[in-house]
Write a protein that binds this ligand. Structure first.
Ligand SMILES: Nc1ncnc2c1ncn2[C@@H]1O[C@H](COP(=O)(O)OP(=O)(O)OP(=O)(O)O)[C@@H](O)[C@H]1O
Ligand SMILES: [Mg+2]
Length: 225
């Protein structure tokens, strides 16, 4: 492992041009995150937390500044390379789970795996193992998201984020729609994944949830305060 951070932001800005005027969602943010870190991102609503996470996930190109992932500037990558990087290096977990309602839990997890590997005989065993790891048994795996509890849906969403074995897991309010017991279980899973060496970046409003992380940054008006 080199000494380069796995994620580097150099003066990254994100500006949304609107008829009412430009919104500066991120304002020249500098941030270095080492491999294996567990980082919490806090701050008031509208301070730029989700924008920061989406930039790190390279769901979006910065308006200015540079983002590097695994030591490479994303501006130097082709669209194909970026798509492949998003599929293999990064897993996303959202507050509202964002599962496909018409697919079963199993199929939701299998989908990104097939995108990466194509359908294969090994897919089934792998998908089932990842679901078991987050506590979804084979019967629950046949349910569609509306037939699962919030906590179960979030565990399926974590399995989906994990299925391609990403080094980085980005979570936007992963416990925001859960009661405290389910929230604790999700934090247990994230802590275990960090213990395996995965880099975790988690947006949260909840100081108790943030206390699981080893470092916390606070956003304010598009900057790290
Ligand atoms: N697609 C968009 N177009 C225009 N403005 C946007 C867009 N997305 C976000 N913004 C603005 O950028 C700023 C930062 O938004 P962001 O979603 O990152 O905040 P947040 O810290 O995640 O807030 P919350 O805690 O409510 O989720 C806000 O002022 C928001 O209105
Ligand atoms: Mg947000």
């Amino acid at each position: 492992m080199g000494s380069d951070p796995i994620i580097g932001l150099d003066e990254v800005s994100k500006i949304y041009p609107l008829p009412s005027g430009d919104v500066i969602a991120l304002d020249k943010v500098n941030l270095a995150i080492d491999e294996g870190e567990f980082l919490a991102v806090m701050g008031p609503s509208g301070s730029g937390k989700s924008t920061l996470l989406n930039q790190i996930g390279s769901l979006d190109v910065p308006s200015s500044g540079n983002l590097s992932l695994g030591g490479r500037n994303i501006r130097d990558m082709s669209d194909r390379e970026l798509t492949s990087l998003r599929l293999t290096m990064i897993g996303f977990v959202f507050q509202k789970f964002n599962l496909v309602p018409l697919l079963t839990a199993y199929e939701n997890v299998e989908y990104p795996f097939i995108l990466k590997n194509r359908k294969s005989d090994e897919a089934g065993g792998h998908v089932s193992r990842v679901l078991q790891m987050v506590g979804i048994d084979p019967v629950l795996a046949t349910h569609r998201p509306p037939e699962l509890s919030g906590g179960q849906q979030q565990r399926v969403a974590i399995a989906r984020a994990l299925v391609n074995d990403p080094k980085i897991i980005l979570c936007d309010e992963p416990t925001g729609n859960l009661d405290s017991e389910n929230g604790r279980q999700i934090m247990g899973i994230l802590t275990r994944l960090n213990g395996e060496g995965r880099t975790i970046i988690m947006v949260t409003h909840d100081p108790v949830v943030a206390s699981h992380a080893r470092r916390t940054i606070v956003m304010q008006d598009g900057r790290i305060s």
